[in-house]
Design a protein around this ligand. Sequence first.
Ligand code: SF4
Ligand code: SF4
Ligand code: SF4
Length: 203
Amino acid sequence: MSENARLKFYCDDDRCIECHACDVGCAEAHELPAGISRRKVITMNEGIIGLEYSLSIACMHCTDAPCEQVCPTDCFYIREDGIVLHDKDKCIGCAYCLYACPFGAPQFPRDGAFAIKGVMDKCTMCAGGPEETNSHEEREKYGQNRISEGKVPICAAVCSTNALLVGDAQKISEVYRSRVLSRGHNHQASASPSGWNSAYGNK
Ligand code: SF4
Ligand code: SF4
Ligand code: SF4
């Protein structure tokens, strides 16, 4: 990945085989508590021959992130490379971010005897959080920081069909275009990958 790239996700629904390596790999790598799913595999048109396909979705690290715009305590911050992170110490668990997010990405642990909502957790693009990089505190609150070590996020690294890609926006767009052209067909026949316009607009 180049420096100062705008990092984006692309899940190729023609290649996703619904194996769940991505969501299980994420939960394991970051030691997520039960009930927290930073990434989910969803199947559309289930059982309909020729129309069924699966997608892996997580926080898309949106341009002009809607979650950031509604958060009353300014939890969110956006890195130069486009990764949208947040500060759990500022979060009051109000869930405004979840209502604003088009992808259902923010997650809330059920906490305490009355199932009070805990602070929000979401995909960090494996880039940790505001604590000192690779510190014990960062690991405890946000999971692994693979980006700081120059590694690909674990969900993309374990995807055996290369359905799930993450990287520089321009390179991802090139891969998308070349795959669509080489297939000559796509059941979603659109100019951009699923979720792309909603997350990134035309950028
Ligand atoms: S996908 Fe949701 S949580 Fe992630 S940046 Fe966009 S609005 Fe925020
Ligand atoms: S739940 Fe936390 S991160 Fe989400 S809007 Fe409320 S304070 Fe902000
Ligand atoms: S980028 Fe990291 S935190 Fe986000 S879904 Fe993938 S493995 Fe989980």
